[in-house]
Every structure is written in structure tokens, then in C-alpha cells.
Ligand binder design. Structure first.
Ligand code: SF4
Length: 203
């Protein structure tokens, strides 16, 4: 947490009080660079901050998303806006079951939305966080996906328990992106003394 507080990350969608913006940016962030997605924030938060406005400006939204390499997600995003407008009166539901039924919203995106916007205590586990937890705890997990997911979730909960859950979840995400990267920055890592991976001198 100390590391997180010292580093100011420019992720304005995490503090937005607009549910649609929070969900939209979690969708845009999938497999896309944060710096690329950041460029969209001002435009979307001023001009396309509701599903109705996106649908009214469909052509322009498609063109912006296509330019940024989000082509494959653009049409699904429009479909999502149609469903939010027709079925949810333009609101984003704080329900895992409803969220996961929306186009382009999978397990991680729904958890991220529930954590960030709905303030539900759900650990955010993407491939970066899984990599960090596996290294830090020296996990050698079999290839079964459910087994792996459940062990990683338990480890994440053990790290997050007793802390400001929402902030700690975001800290875990950012730490895994910026420090425990595929090529880890063990030289500047504040956890290097207790990390199993480091102890084995793998970095
Ligand atoms: S010491 Fe290295 S491997 Fe361990 S958590 Fe830090 S960056 Fe990751």
C-alpha cells in the first residue's frame, strides 16, 4: 500500500461516479495499453457518458474505437449500449448475474465493475495479478483452471483482508502491472525480502 500511495497513477475511470464510464473503460482496457485507453477518457466523459449518447453518436464512437485498435470490441460495445438502454433504462446493474450476461462483459470486467463502482469486496484477479501471486507465494499449481483460480483467489483474499479492500485491490493490480511485470523489477520491489521467487534467485 505504501508503494501504491507513493505512485500516482492516472486512471481517472476508477474514481468516476458514472457507472457507465467505469464499465466502458474496464471494457476498453482489455488487452489494450492503459496509455491508449487514457486518451479516450476526456472525450467519453464529456460527450459519450451514457449508453443513449453513444447510440445517438454511433458512427463517431465506432470511428474513435476503430482508430484505437478496438475494432473487434466496437460493435459489441454498441450492442451493450442497446441492451442497457432497452432493458436497464440506461443504468448499469450492480449484479454479477446481470453484468455477465452483457455483450463483452466477462468474469474479470464484471468483478472490476462490482469492486470499483458497487464497492463489493471482490478481489480483482487478472493475468498480471495471478503472475505476481504465483511468484510471491511460490505457487506451483497444476494445469486445472478451477483449481488454479481457487488457490489464487484465496491468496488474494489473504493479502487483501483487513485492509481498505477496494484500494488494496487496485494496488495489487497496479503492482502486478508496473513492478511484478513479465520481466519483474525485483531490484526496486518493496516485497523482495519476503518473495519466494526472489529467494530462489529467479530474478
Ligand atoms: S521480488 Fe520480483 S518476483 Fe518477487 S514480487 Fe517483487 S518483482 Fe515480483
Amino acid at each position: 500500500m505504501e508503494w501504491y500511495k507513493k505512485n500516482e497513477f492516472d486512471h481517472p475511470w476508477r474514481t468516476s461516479n458514472n457507472a457507465f464510464i467505469v464499465l466502458s473503460f474496464e471494457i476498453f482496457l482489455q488487452r489494450t495499453k492503459i496509455s491508449q485507453v487514457r486518451k479516450l477518457f476526456d472525450l467519453f466523459s464529456k460527450k459519450f457518458d451514457s449508453p443513449e449518447k453513444v447510440l445517438k453518436n454511433k458512427k463517431e464512437v465506432l470511428s474513435v474505437l476503430n482508430t484505437l485498435g478496438l475494432k473487434h470490441r466496437a460493435l459489441r460495445y454498441i450492442k451493450l449500449c442497446e441492451i442497457l438502454t432497452e432493458k436497464y433504462n440506461g443504468k448499469v446493474p450492480c449484479s454479477k448475474k446481470d453484468l455477465i450476461s452483457l455483450p463483452g462483459v466477462g468474469d474479470y470486467i464484471s468483478d472490476a465493475f462490482l469492486n470499483i463502482y458497487c464497492k463489493q469486496k471482490i478481489p480483482l484477479i487478472d493475468r498480471n495479478v495471478s503472475r505476481f501471486l504465483s511468484r510471491y507465494f511460490g505457487l506451483s499449481i497444476g494445469s486445472s483452471k478451477p483449481e488454479k483460480t481457487s488457490i489464487i483467489k484465496e491468496k488474494a483474499k489473504s493479502i487483501l483482508s483487513g485492509k481498505n479492500f477496494e484500494e488494496a485491490s487496485l494496488a495489487l493490480l497496479d503492482f502486478s502491472i508496473y513492478i511484478c511485470k513479465p520481466k519483474p523489477r525485483c531490484d526496486i520491489c518493496p516485497l523482495s525480502n519476503s518473495c519466494k521467487w526472489k529467494t530462489k534467485q529467479k530474478c
